[in-house]
Design a binder for this molecule. Structure first.
Ligand code: DAH
Length: 340
């Protein structure tokens, strides 16, 4: 019996463990009810009475040392940061990474930037929180001009001079104030209008504005530029048509339609059986807008245009509900994986 106790004692003395789980395993092996140390206690009953005192002493020592050893092993692991630090297995295969994809609006914005970059347009940015001057007044919306109502504006309650820009045309003004012609730039950005949210409208959306100012810029340049854009964006067979319209900051003003990409002009429910879909507003920059920014309208002329990125994206990918762009539903977004 004494031999068995001593053998077990030196075995336990030498035990090592590679992880907290192993320590637990050892604890069960030696100290659980059916463990090796406990088994010796069971056999103790059969020890001759005159030996009981000595053997009992050894057994108790063994039990205490085993407890001590297990505690030591355990605290060794806890000191270095618990199970995870020690059980970290660098050979395990990594979790399956799920790379995201670009948002469809970013994809189309980048395409628009790319198309205009090829004919020399650079990109600029402006603030989303604007003042009345840059969003309206300098763009020839005089005070109380009814055209201000064309865009339902979010004003800052305490200061009606500060608002969320309703269009990217404000960046035209900032650019013309800061830059001498020639100017050949586009301005992508987020805009805000107090609109009821539906499949066709949202209170936040995105536009790209274009501006070209130089000597002798004519309506023909505008038309040619927009035709180039439409063909690059929607395909070589795309036709454009310009309809007269009104914007305070352009004169003359127009709205541009492209031949329906779905039916090619035959008529379908996307183009409401007209064969055409509207994609942007445009015109020759009003001389008042040039003069407001310190550009001499006697010397310079220019054209401008503005389009909604959501609208172009919906046409291009046949997306029927604008709200999908802002819901962040991965089932929608994953469909654009791989596109840039
Ligand atoms: N700012 C106009 C809007 O949001 C769009 C627009 C029309 C921009 C004509 C232009 C332009 O630059 O020339 O409805």
């Amino acid at each position: 019996m004494i031999d068995r106790i001593n053998r077990l004692a030196s075995e336990i003395e030498a035990i090592k463990a590679g992880s907290l789980e192993e320590v637990e395993h050892l604890r069960l092996k030696y100290l659980s009810k059916k463990g090796l140390v406990s088994a010796l206690f069971d056999d103790f009953k059969g020890v001759a009475p005159e030996m009981k005192r000595e053997v009992g002493q050894l057994l108790n020592d063994l039990k205490n040392k085993t407890h001590q050893k297990i505690d030591e092993l355990k605290s060794g692991f806890e000191a270095v940061g618990g199970a995870s630090a020690v059980t970290l297995d660098l050979t395990r295969p990594a979790n399956n990474a799920q790379p995201g994809s670009r948002h469809p609006l970013s994809i189309v914005r980048n395409q628009i930037i790319d198309i205009f970059a090829r004919i020399g347009f650079t990109v600029a940015d402006g603030p989303e929180i604007e003042d009345d001057w840059h969003n309206f007044s300098a763009l020839n919306f005089t005070a109380d001009h009814p055209a201000r109502d064309m865009q339902d504006t979010f004003f800052i309650a305490t200061n009606p001079d500060i608002l969320l820009r309703t269009h990217t045309s404000s960046v035209q003004i900032r650019t013309m104030e800061a830059t001498k012609p020639p100017i050949r730039m586009i301005f992508p950005g987020r805009v805000f209008r107090n609109e009821a949210i539906s499949a066709r409208a949202h209170c936040i959306f995105h536009q790209v504005e274009g501006l070209y100012i130089d000597k002798h810029v004519s309506f023909a340049d505008l038309k040619q530029t927009l035709m180039y854009f439409a063909k690059e964006m929607f395909g070589e067979n795309t036709k454009i048509r310009l309809r007269p319209s009104y914007f305070p900051f352009t004169e003359p003003s127009g709205e541009m339609d492209v031949s329906c990409l779905i039916c090619g002009g035959e008529g379908c429910n996307i183009c409401k059986y007209t064969g055409w879909v509207e994609i942007l507003g445009c015109g020759m920059v009003d001389p008042n807008a040039l003069d407001n920014c310190g550009i001499d309208s006697q010397i310079y002329t220019g054209f401008a245009f503005g389009m909604g990125i959501e609208r172009i994206t919906m046409l291009k990918y046949q997306i029927k509900d604008l709200r999908l762009f802002y819901e962040n539903d991965v089932r929608f977004l994953r469909q654009f994986a791989g596109a840039f």
